[in-house]
Write a protein that binds this ligand. Sequence first.
Ligand SMILES: [Fe+2]
Length: 268
Amino acid sequence: MKGILRVHCRLPLLMAVPTTAGTGSETTLAAVITDAETRHKYAINDFPLIPRYAVLDPAVTLSLPPALTASTGMDALTHAVEAYVGRSTTKDTRADALEAVRLIFENLDTAYRDGLNEQARRNMLVASFKAGCAFTKSYVGYVHAVAHSLGGAYNVPHGYANAVILPLMLRRYGKAVEKPLADLARAAGVATQRDGDEFAARAFVDAIDAMKHRFAIGDTFPELRREDIPKLARIAAAEANPLYPVPVLMSADELEAIYEQLLDLRAA
Ligand SMILES: [Fe+2]
């Protein structure tokens, strides 16, 4: 069933109760599987996997530890950003992504520092849900493709991987995402209408960097081995093309340069 539109049966009534504020699985058509033998992590995407009901109850996320709150919250941020900067958006998905980014910038730090803050937890559940609504229709991009390859090969937690990769990939996209990132910057409150797009886009990426550093999330992966890079880059390239409407299309060779930047030079 790997891939898209391969689930050819009706499912029983599916109700989802998210216990983290991140994946958006309570509203998406995606299920993520890791092959226990090959360590390859991949997605099953099909309409029957969209839950009929999502129960967003902050009570079940109050006990989530800070590190998981941060990494899952940054997964939701990555969903909203990748959906928004991609080339297959709609009015609705853009609105959902903007609202998710606004809520995440307003609430994730509070949920991280004060896990029992019910309002911050509730707002993060709404953010995660809206980000899920955005990406289940508008898809994700290379941040997810690279994160999935690292998750499969080394068990790097998904949200953590996204958080490490997100600023790097947004800088790599460059001019192609300047306008959408400027919109997101204004939604996040890190730039105003008076700021130019170039300034606002840079402020947004810098704010993501600062956020992940506040959450003790690094810039590299000590697990990543240089000799694995060609294979990982091929897996990521094949996942993204043609499935994801990425803002800049990259070959496996071009993706290898991204992995090189993710190497921890002390460990490699
Ligand atoms: Fe994700």
